[in-house]
Ligand binder design. Structure first.
Ligand code: FO1
Length: 310
């Protein structure tokens, strides 16, 4: 086990912002990012992996850091032409973004696994950090709403996150196996960082893959809350946490994640349990580096003075 190696669990919002700083503070070859794939879907013949793509584009320095999806400055000519011709696409796919979907999907159609295809695209993008899907087996997030079952993207993009969610189902999760890269990183890493992503629909599926939680038992688990005070950074985290039976705050995050050695929350959080408090706002690269240094210090055994609730 490498004392400096770090496995990061990531969704598509929140954690990618932190990754910008992590790669400046940690040796890239020591970091593996395992990414949620339960929001993936086939669109216009190609596999779209929103969370994997946001992570890859961010690390390649080409991501759109206003919207936090797609490629900065991308055009949408193909998407608009398809709509004009009467077609439908649930997500607005940029032209350069679509090129990566086509490349990855062709590799899969030629017989490669998702992991192998992602690794080829990662290298082509010049990303030095390991980026792996959580699994090569398909997992789909279905939200059971008052208006019927909806894929995560249908709920979030198609219906603007409005329908009331009664239950969340991850089809395929019980049969899913961790990807080879995730298995390798689980063996090699001393510490696991749960990034500030939605604990239900982004981190939940990764931790829900049979065997993954067990493999965390001998690791130092650091979790960064996706909440700033009482507000989640972004996305539908609060509503989906309630649908999963958890309080929409740091206590709910802690309940959903399970055993955590270092739970890092914002200074204004009302979390009553043991935690570390630091500014979790990430508006630019320097915020991200500041938080990454804090995490590095934790891994190196530095005891911050602002630990409470012990
Ligand atoms: N989010 C939107 O709100 N609207 C979009 O049209 C949209 C398109 C899109 C295309 C590619 C991609 O990788 C992500 C995209 N997203 C879009 C974001 C995505 O739906 C979600 O924010 C993530 O799945 C949340 O993790």
């Amino acid at each position: 086990m490498n004392p400096n190696s770090l496995l990061v669990l990531s969704g598509g919002t929140g954690t990618p912002k932190l990754l910008r700083g992590l790669v400046e503070v940690f040796e890239p070859s020591c970091v593996t990012v395992a990414v949620n794939t339960a929001e993936d879907m086939w669109i216009s013949g190609n596999l779209v992996c929103p969370d994997l793509d946001t992570v890859l584009y961010t690390l390649a320095g080409i991501g759109d850091e206003q919207r936090w999806w797609g490629i900065a400055g991308d055009s949408f000519i193909t998407h608009h032409e398809l709509l004009k011709a009467g077609g439908q696409e649930l997500l607005a796919l940029g032209d350069r973004d679509r090129a990566f979907h086509i490349r990855r999907s062709n590799l899969i159609r030629s017989g490669l696994t998702l992991s192998q295809a992602v690794d080829i695209v990662r290298r082509e993008l010049g990303v030095m950090v390991g980026v792996v899907p959580m699994s090569d087996d398909p997992v789909a997030t279905t939200l059971m709403t008052r208006q019927g079952p909806m894929h995560f993207q249908e709920y979030w993009i198609g219906s603007g996150g409005r329908p009331e969610v009664e239950r969340i189902i991850f089809s395929g999760l019980d049969q899913a196996r961790p990807s080879p890269g995730l298995i390798r990183a689980l063996s090699a890493s001393r510490a696991v960082l749960i990034g500030p992503s939605n604990p239900v629909t982004s981190i939940g599926p990764i931790l829900g893959i049979p065997g993954v939680r067990d493999r965390l038992k001998d690791k130092t688990v650091i979790a960064i809350s996706p909440f700033c005070g009482d507000r989640p950074f972004s996305g539908p985290a609060a509503r989906l946490m309630q649908a999963a039976g958890a309080a929409p705050n740091d206590s709910g995050v802690s309940d959903l994640l399970g055993r955590i050695d270092h739970f890092v929350v914002s200074p204004e959080s009302r979390y009553p349990g043991p935690c570390l408090r630091t500014d979790l706002t990430i508006t630019d690269r320097s915020d991200s580096v500041r938080l990454a240094r804090f995490i590095h210090g934790l891994m190196m055994g530095e005891q911050p003075s602002d630990r409470t609730g012990d």
